[in-house]
Ligand binder design. Structure first.
Ligand code: SAM
Length: 266
């Protein structure tokens, strides 16, 4: 398998590869598939949630291109699968620029392979927790103009960042450095709507993800709303995945998502 880096630990599941498996991708191993199966057995809605999240991502990127955004910084971008940000953005507008950032070596390696020959997109291996370092990456500087509005995507990733790492401060660290008119696209797992049964199933999911390098933290709607402090919410605001400008009948209730726009000045 030419896409497997040498330094990878095949005894430990990875959140990126489990996500790839849930989406029907092929960049995962039995340790990931077994972990994904355990999570899905305890919490059968997990696959539906992930698909609804991916649909939100697609609708969000289309919305932003329609609003004139031409540059995208996709943080925690995952292993490329169908409907990647560059395919959506460049499909809507040739020349749209996209930089993918992920800590997972397979996500970045596969990203680089599929982006060969695409001068307007790149994949970078970096930790999103350090905005200054991410924004200083050569690919970011080459492809993105931080003096112009851009979209920063944090889709299904901040629930892998514990409170101690101050995800709110991290988000602010990016927004502070971006031009007015930039947008934050965010989705996040929440448990406000869980029944008792779902809460207990989710406990197993949490334990499964504790075996990865990305333990999961679900937050309340109010905690997710705090990521958008200082931003103008794009209608319909912070809502469930299936309620953000839906174009299909997918239903998923227990996450929140939204797009915020940086006003001038923030
Ligand atoms: C569930 S996937 C989401 C992929 C994509 N954003 C989507 O919504 O379809 C989360 C990704 O975030 C990455 N990730 C987790 N923590 C990260 C961090 N601190 N810095 C960069 N990437 C991170 C994981 O490796 C994984 O690929």
């Amino acid at each position: 398998m030419d896409w497997v880096p040498e330094d990878i630990d095949l005894t430990r599941p990875s959140a990126a590869r489990m996500y790839d498996h849930f989406l029907g991708g092929s960049h995962n191993f039995s340790v990931d598939r077994e972990a994904a199966a355990a999570a899905e057995q305890a919490f059968p809605g997990v696959r539906l949630a992930i698909r609804a999240n991916r649909s939100f991502l697609r609708r969000a990127v289309k919305y932003l291109v329609d609003k004139g955004i031409r540059q995208f910084l996709d943080l925690g971008s995952g292993i490329p699968t169908v409907g990647n940000v560059h395919e959506i953005a460049q499909g809507e507008c040739r020349g749209a620029r996209v930089v993918y950032v992920d800590v997972d070596p397979i996500a970045v390696g596969h990203g680089r392979r599929i982006l060969e020959g695409n001068p307007d997109a790149a994949a970078v291996r970096a930790d999103l927790l350090d905005p200054e370092q991410v924004l200083a990456q050569p690919e970011v500087r080459e492809l993105l103009d931080l003096d112009e509005p851009l979209a920063v995507l944090m889709v299904a990733v901040l629930h892998f960042v514990p409170d101690e790492q101050d995800p709110w401060g991290v988000v602010a660290g990016y927004l502070d450095r971006l031009a007015p008119g930039s947008h934050l696209v965010l989705s996040h797992g929440t448990n406000d709507d869980f029944s008792d049964e779902e809460n207990s199933g989710f406990e197993t999911v949490r334990k499964v993800y504790q075996r990865t390098a990305s333990p999961i933290v679900v937050r309340t709607e109010a905690e997710v709303a705090a990521f958008f402090t200082c931003l103008e919410m794009v209608p319909p605001g912070l809502v469930r995945l299936s309620d953000w400008r839906p174009d299909s009948v997918e239903q998923w209730k227990s996450w929140r998502c939204g797009i915020g726009r940086k006003p001038s000045p923030c």
